[in-house]
Design a protein around this ligand. Structure first.
Ligand code: ARG
Length: 589
């Protein structure tokens, strides 16, 4: 395994050294290197530096040029305009770097982080006895991509699925189950998530009706909450049945999403019950939380209600109950003190931002978070329908996640089927690819816009073959695989001695950026930048096909091999990038 520095970073370093050589007193100066249309790169940093030192920028630019080492990296460098440097690299440098990437297996030359730490990612956190909705979809999809990306950089990642499995709402459900013990059984397959959910729904509705109409049932339900909190074994056993049944359902949805979720990583709200009392005690003893109207509260100068009065974070209610905040604060203690995390990441709806702002600030005051141990909410926006309003069914109810995924797969299968005959796909392959294309479409649509933005859920657009969609990328991959199959005896091989066509250079320079892009994506938790990179990669590939034939009898053997080498590396980069986004790349499409 050998990491490969990008051409841009090597060039950046050479320019910085040349700057220092030309101006020994300037300290470290940034040459401000950018990709450019004029040449391969443009360095704009000399202008500002010359101004600062009251020198002549064009003169300084020439000095820097002279101080650059002779070597095989730079083909051409010219001073342009008021003092920019336009730099063109040699074709040899491009092909040799790519060859080094190609020799590095799945890592493609991408370096591991110099100082990896531990990050806990809180994502995919549905609620027990409730349907999963599109918000849970976003958390799962974005969280899964972020986990994969961070792991690829070498970070240790602990996954935490903070499911909603505790609270007063369970009193009514459990009481109902005590009185109707056979109700939570569904017909058929134990692994049938939909049946599990429909039986949960049935119990939920029936108990709700009783709760709202029967005062005595209501009272029994309240007592049941007390028994649950006191840890009464029989009550807990009934509670566990709801959790287990819900998990059957959750797993069926995660499975549809082609996403691996491991049971030990599901640590729901109830997992922190033993810590709640202590958390509150510490907060009260340290003065972080104070009693206010019987409740234990934390106040913030900048959090006020519409009436101008402060809105506190309530860690313990007047009736002695603990809520969402006490649980999250305890989870922070667990993640920092027991899991030894330096970074806590929460992939949660932007509508919970105030909650996390208050929880994080409280944890900082308590000393659980500090400069070295930080927490971030990766807040995501709302999923909207085609009409731009929050996503609902025609009847105005929330859309069931399973239905939505099923529909995506159905549409995608139709798209796959259209071309299936030409490609020679079997029925089995059509079904499998339809699934990967459909689920990929949903994931990609979610991941290709910045998370905080709301996004429109538009299946027609998502499975379109043209434009910024996963299908477009999947076709790009499959097309390369098909070329490689057709190549017969010709094998991909790098030929640094060849001159490259403009489209080959553009593709090559883009391939070389993979590591740098991933670093930025991991740094800012921004999978949409990876999606954008991959889309550009596929676009470069399209231009390359337009301008360069790969398998043509007119090409000398080296050109064929070199082009096969370029497209194969492109395929591997597409595959790895898509994999990090949780999206499959079928071999034939
Ligand atoms: N279960 C919550 C919901 O459905 C999300 C939990 C987010 N994570 C957390 N640590 N509070 O809205």
């Amino acid at each position: 395994m050998a990491s490969v520095p990008s051409l841009a970073s090597t060039l950046q370093q050479q320019l910085a050294d040349a700057l220092t050589a030309a101006l020994p007193d300037a300290g470290t100066a940034d040459p401000l290197l950018r990709r450019s249309d004029r040449a391969d790169f443009q360095a704009n940093g000399i202008l500002a530096l010359a101004k600062k030192l009251k020198g002549n920028p064009r003169e300084l630019a020439s000095q820097v040029t002279a101080a650059l080492p002779a070597g095989e990296l730079i083909k051409d460098i010219e001073v342009s305009g008021p003092g920019f440097l336009n730099i063109t690299l040699t074709d040899r440098a491009i092909v040799e770097t790519l060859a080094a990437r190609a020799a590095d297996g799945d890592r493609l030359g991408v370096p591991l982080k110099a100082a990896p730490g531990t990050t806990v990612v809180d994502y995919a956190q549905p609620n027990v006895a409730k349907e999963m909705h599109v918000g849970h979809l976003r958390s799962a999809v974005i969280g899964d991509a972020v986990v994969q990306i961070l792991e690829f950089t070498g970070e240790s990642v602990v996954r935490r699925h903070h499911i909603g499995d505790w609270g007063t709402q369970f009193g009514m459900l459990i009481q109902y189950l005590f009185e109707h013990p056979d109700e939570l059984k569904h017909e058929g397959d134990k692994a049938d998530g939909e049946a599990a959910m429909s039986s949960l729904n049935r119990v939920y509705k029936a108990s709700r009706v009783l709760f709202d109409s029967d005062e005595e049932f209501k009272a029994r339900s309240r007592d049941r909450v007390v028994a649950l909190q006191a840890g009464d074994p029989e009550t807990l056993a009934h509670w566990q049945r709801f959790v287990d049944e819900s998990k059957i359902y959750f797993y069926s949805v995660f499975d549809k999403l082609d996403m691996e979720i491991d049971d030990p990583d599901i640590v729901g709200e109830s997992g922190y019950n033993d810590m709640l009392e202590e958390t509150c005690r510490i907060l009260e003893e340290t003065g972080v939380a104070v009693r206010s109207e019987g409740a234990l509260c934390v106040f913030f100068d900048d959090v006020k209600g519409p009436d101008g009065n402060p809105v506190p974070l309530i860690v313990k209610k007047t009736n002695g109950g603990y809520g969402y905040a006490a649980t999250d604060l305890s989870a922070i203690r667990d993640r920092v003190q027991n899991l030894k995390a330096e970074t806590l990441l929460y992939v949660v709806d932007a509508r919970q931002s105030l909650h996390f702002k208050m929880v994080f600030e409280t944890a900082r005051r308590a000393g659980w978070l500090n400069e070295d141990v930080t927490a971030h909410q990766l807040a995501f926006g709302t999923v909207l329908g085609k009409d731009g309003k929050p996503f609902k069914t025609r009847e105005g109810t929330t859309v069931r996640l399973e239905d939505l995924l099923d529909e995506a797969v159905e549409r995608a299968t139709a798209v796959v089927r259209e071309k299936a005959e030409k490609v020679g796909l079997s029925e089995e392959e059509i079904v499998e690819n339809g699934r990967y294309v459909g689920v990929g479409a949903v994931k990609y649509a979610d991941l290709s816009t910045s998370a905080v933005r709301d996004y429109k859920f538009d299946l027609d657009q998502m499975v379109s073959l043209n434009g910024d969609t996963s299908v477009y990328l999947q076709y790009a991959y499959a097309r390369i695989r098909s070329i490689l199959r057709k190549a017969g005896d010709a094998k991909p091989a790098a030929h640094p001695e060849l001159d490259l066509a403009p489209a080959e250079r553009a593709l090559g320079l883009h391939l070389d950026q993979f590591g740098a892009v991933l670093e930025e994506v991991a740094e800012g938790y921004e999978p949409h930048k990876l999606a954008a990179y991959l889309y550009q990669l596929a676009s470069h590939l399209t231009t390359f096909y337009d301008q360069c034939q790969v398998l043509s009898d007119e090409n000398p053997a080296e050109v064929v091999e070199n082009r096969l080498f370029l497209v194969e590396l492109t395929a591997r980069t597409l595959h790895q990038g898509m994999k990090l986004l949780g999206i499959r790349t079928p071999e034939r499409l």
